[in-house]
Every structure is written in C-alpha cells, then in structure tokens.
Design a protein around this ligand. Structure first.
Ligand code: LLP
Length: 382
C-alpha cells in the first residue's frame, strides 16, 4: 500500500502525480552499484520521464542520457548531463534535430537506416564536423513482450537489418564525415523473461564476430534498455533485480578487450517511484458491475487504454471490506478504463485512489484530449 501521509499531498487538487524521491534514489543507487561492478555505463532513457527533479537525481548518480528527440537532447543538456554522455536515437531525426546534436558535440547518434547515415554525413560535412555514430542493428530477437513495444524483430521499423550490413560496410568508408564508434541494439520494453537478454547477448556476439572478421572493432556496444518491472507487486518488488539483469550480460556477452558496454534503461529506474493519485467523482451501478468514476483518465495515464496494461489500484481512504469495481476515467472513450473487476474496499465519492507504478511512460504520455489540463507533479520522500 502506498504511504503518502503528507497532508500537503492529501490536500492537493486531483488528479496529480506523486513521486517518491527516496525510492528513486535507492533504485538509482542499486542500479549504479551493479553496473559499476562490471564497468558498465548506463544512459537513462529520457522518454520514460523528463521531470526536472527526476533528471537531477539521475544525473547525480552519474548516468548519461539517451534521447529520442531534439527537445530531449535540449532537456538533457539543460538538466546538466554533459554532451559527452548524451546519445541521440530514433528512426526519424529531423535535420534541425541532427544539427542541434552536432552543434553540441553529443557523444553519439544511434543511426537507424542507411538513408539516415547519408543525411548525417551530409549535415556533419556542412558543419565541418565528424559525426560519431553507432549503427542500430535489428538483431531479430523476440523480446516476448507486448507487440506494441517489441522493437527487435525484422518486421519492426527499428534498426538496420543484418542482411543490409555487407553492402553498408563497403559503403560506409565513403561517408567521410562519419566516425563509427558503436553498435547499438534494443529489442523491446517491459521484458520480464530474462532469458531473452541471454538470446540478445548471443546474437550480439555473433554480429560482433561478423564485424571483427572484417577488421572492424568499435569502441562500444550498446545493449539498449528493456528491463521490466513488477506492476503487480510494487511494494514487494520496488527495486528491480539489477544484479540479475547485469549478471546475464556479464555471463553471456563477450565484449572485446577495452570495449565499453552501454545500457539505456528507462522504466526500471523510474516506474515504481511514481503514482497517479485521483479522486472518486461518482459510483455508478452497471448491469454486471459497479463503476468507480475517477477524475483521472487515459489523458493522464494512457498505458491501460493503449496496451491493456495492468496498474495496481489502491484506495487510500477507505478500509471497508472489498467489493468488485470497474475503475474508469471521465474521457469519452470506452477504453478509458484503469481496471476491470478490481477488488477495492467499499469506495465512495471523495475517496483518493492510487494508481501505482506510473513513474515511467505515465506523465510523459499524457495528452490534452477533451481539453484536459495537465496533471501537476509533486515530490515526497517516502
Ligand atoms: N532504448 C531505446 C532505443 C528505446 O526505444 C527504449 C524504449 C529504451 C531504450 C528504454 O526502454 P526501457 O528500459 O524503458 O524499457 N510507452 C511504452 C514503452 C515504450 C518504450 C519505447 N522505447 C510503455 O508505456 O510501456
């Protein structure tokens, strides 16, 4: 059960996001400790959460920034991440975004297609610079997660396919404004079957072997992100098992001597520290169920509507015996539902409900549909 006993939080206008900075710090320290054991480098995937106090904690622990838009690069730099720790990925970087990255001498562009490499080469040339690039290679490994967040299969739009590489490797030396510094892989998100990461390592070893046999040794391998969190038990598993996660790479990935290994974790670092707090507006009797109608909806947290994602829901106010409810929002869409047949203490108008594990891909994905106001964020030390 979430403990937000701070009266100032309880009195906030709802809905709002509440972030437990103490839990965030503990999570970051656990991740940093395990990564350091193996000399691994972590770039935090900003797309999961870009709130300033969250970024400040992440920068303080020494992680770099993995960005997927010019604005994320801008945000990372403004938050104090140094340019030599900023990576810029994404299948559709605009010319203006690339130029911004070049002007700021960021660490690396993760390039996703041959066409993008040509544009990077041209824009870097115009500036009289060399762009540091990593090739994002699609390893065709099944992440066994929701199909909307699977990215490492040949049918997905991400990365350069393995069969394109022979031609690309001959062509790359003609793109003289590029400097190849890395190989990048990311197969998907919310991965809970850890054997998938072993498969990724084995495939990366093979691909690296292919490059080595052509006398190409890059400075770093980037294994992406994807470590899942436990949405069902946010208290029992508040901090993901980073030892196990990095341990798999230690065991199965075979970097070359002196080669750096990078990761791009997002969700695993920030999901559990965030909660969406909402007030019950109405209780409504349905044919088969009772509806709890909240003042938060898919506009504040889109994951259930978009991916049928599960988020644990708790009533922070009532301690009555449990009843069964469908918990829904106020938006004019039937998909605006946080949970069906949820067991909650008997719930009344005015009760506060906590929707847990909302720190990653929650606030950042909120929308203004139905002309909704953006929900504010508050911070506490749990
Ligand atoms: N690196 C790349 C290239 C990515 O595309 C992503 C996430 C990450 C790293 C970070 O992955 P993480 O460690 O957070 O799994 N909106 C969806 C998740 C989309 C993930 C997109 N890419 C959700 O709410 O589940």
């Amino acid at each position: 059960m979430l403990h937000i006993n701070k009266t100032e939080l309880q009195n906030n206008p709802t809905p709002f996001y509440a972030y437990d900075l103490k839990l965030l710090r503990e999570t970051l320290q656990a991740a940093a400790k395990e990564a350091q054991k193996h000399d691994y480098h972590v770039h935090y995937a900003l797309k999961a959460n870009t709130n300033d106090p969250v970024l400040a904690e992440i920068r303080n622990v020494g992680f770099g920034a993995d960005c997927v838009s010019g604005n994320e690069v801008k945000k990372a730099l403004a938050a104090g991440f140094t340019a030599d720790k900023v990576v810029f990925a994404g299948v559709g970087k605009s010319d203006a975004e690339i130029n911004f990255g070049l002007e700021n001498d960021i660490f690396c562009f993760n390039a996703e297609s041959v066409h993008e490499l040509e544009v990077l080469n041209e824009l870097a040339g115009k500036m009289g610079k060399k762009a540091r690039i990593a090739l994002r290679i699609n390893p065709n490994v099944n992440a066994k997660t929701h199909h909307y967040i699977t990215t490492g299969l040949e049918e997905n739009k991400f990365g350069i396919n393995f069969w394109e590489l022979p031609q690309l490797i001959d062509y790359l030396p003609t793109l003289t404004n590029l400097q190849l510094v890395g190989l990048h892989f990311h197969i998907g998100s919310q991965i809970t079957e850890l054997s998938v990461f072993k498969q990724l390592c084995l495939r990366v070893n093979e691909i690296q072997g292919w490059f080595l046999s052509r006398n190409i040794k890059v400075e770093h391998l980037n294994l992406g992100g994807g470590l899942g969190v436990n949405y069902h038990e946010p208290d029992a598993e508040a901090i993901p098992d980073f030892a196990m996660y990095f341990g798999i790479f230690k065991e199965f990935l075979k970097p070359e001597p002196g080669q750096q290994v990078h990761f791009e974790l997002g969700r695993a670092l920030v999901a559990q520290c965030g909660t969406l707090v909402s007030k019950v507006l109405y209780i409504k009797k349905g044919i088969k169920t009772n509806f709890v109608i909240l003042d938060a909806g898919m506009t504040e947290l889109m994951r259930p509507a978009l991916y049928q994602a599960y988020h644990k829901i708790e009533n922070l106010t009532s301690h009555e015996p449990d009843l069964r409810y469908d918990v829904v929002g106020p938006i004019c869409e039937s998909s605006d539902c946080f949970g069906k047949a949820v067991m909650l203490p008997e719930t009344n108008r005015g009760d506060l409900l906590a929707i847990r594990t909302a720190g990653a891909y929650g606030e950042v994905m909120s929308s203004g549909y139905n002309l909704r106001e953006k929900a504010p964020a508050f911070y506490f030390e749990g």
